[in-house]
Write a protein that binds this ligand. Sequence first.
Ligand code: NA7
Length: 533
Amino acid sequence: MNNPYDVLIIGAGLSGMYQLKRMRDLGFRVHGFEAGSDVGGVWYWNRSPGARFDSESYSYGYSWSKELLQEWNWSEHFAAQPETLRYCQYVADKFDLRHDFSFNSRIKSAIWDETRRTWTLTTDDGTTASSTWLITCLGPLSAPTPPNIPGRDDFKGEAFHTATWPHTPVTFANKRVAVIGTGATGVQTITQVAKTAGHLTVFQRTPNYCAPLGNRPITQEEQARIKASYDQFFATCAATTGSFLHTADPREALKTSAEEREAFWEQQYYAPGFGIWLGNFADVGTNAEANALASEFIRRKIRERVKDPVIAEKLVPKNHGFGTRRVPLESGYYEVFNQPNVELIDINKEPIQHINPHGIQTNERTLEFDMIIYATGFDAVRGSFDRIRIEGTNGTLLQDAWSEGPTTLLGLQSPGFPNLFTIVGPHNAAGFCNIPRCIEQNVDWVTGFLIHARTKGNTRIEASTSAAEEWTRHVYDMVALTLFATTDSWFMGVNQNTPEKKRTFLAYAGGSPRYKKRCDAVAADGYRGFIQN
Ligand code: NA7
């Protein structure tokens, strides 16, 4: 029996949109399913106040259409969520992408049939579709985790997780607002909510090393210069570790004089974007002593910006090193804590006991709120896979196959799950990347493989166990050269609200150029490590 589709895609974010376009342009019969009511993925869901890029806008958009690059005008160096969502919608309109997606269709299961060499998807309303190839474009941060605080559902006021923010306007004026969580999203939300809230209470578990974003509008002259420089921007991104416009300074902090270090950090701290993190001295991410010096610089900055030394001390990270978690970029975050309408609660000292209909009960106080905002993050990378029943050969569930940590080949396939490709899957460089740059690499590589299969007449591709084990070892070897594993973060698959998940590194720390080189070598060698027939 013929499949109605050659390729099915789950997700209409930046990966799904591009993957669908490539498949359709090449004449594959393709269809996509998306849980949201429109395209945009992360930018469709995360409408929380202050949500915006930490990548330079012009380094983020798709690179594959020169016409699109010239047509689209980013208004700011780091665009806000509404503009990025408009960008995704513009792309969908321009290339007529919605036509081949079913929206409001959350996939519940994906089942492999070995005899027919077919994947069958079932949506939450019972619709089914089958194809030879299945490509997941789920995004690494799309399984939100509201906190497991007793009584959460009893709260009678407004309550939102930042990743499922309402599509209708939310106001904070004269309201008593609580924000739980101080990761990148919490930092953006808190800064924005503090502007108008009657009173804001921030519940913090772990303070982060935040640094100024340095955002500003793009002037007309800059716009012209940006449009003339795209080739150069993308060439720079292709050569840097994380595909950002920033890359490590070859000097080492430990071999640089204290004055020179200080001057460099001072400049990088105020420079726009990730310069202070990704453009730091080469040893800051790998050597604990160098990292301690950089951490101390940022701690000093926090103490300078927060007037009350007791509050400042609560905001100073002490249990991990600078840059071992993703650095939240901010626009006036620390100054928020100088405002009389803002209170910071360290929940290590004053734990939340439960949520009641009117607010939050800590071990010391009963606090009343009109609104509670959960900025409590995601079940990263694995979570969106685990929320679908994905059944491979012999009925094996992907969730079980990855329970001790994922085993993948290039982060793009897992043994036992033939014909399933995972764009931005675990152990893929895209998890550590200025993500559209790595999405394009992932999509182009998978597309090349499917063209190869079509040419050869192959209808089954499966990562071999030995090749996947070798890649997984390499992933762990690479992260061991860095300081990332020294702390808990979503990179390490740690989220307080998913205690059942094993702590395991989920990205690839070897850098995008090394990753791409490896992918290209595998392809050049007839897709070595993949069993094809
Ligand atoms: P993150 O970075 O995972 O941050 C989640 C925050 O929520 C973090 O401060 C957590 O504290 C806190 N959290 C989580 N669960 C709880 C509970 N139960 N109680 C109190 N506090 C809690 O997610 P974000 O959305 O901010 O950012 C994710 C990425 O999106 C970011 O890296 C950018 O790439 C954009 P913890 O640190 O675990 O102590």
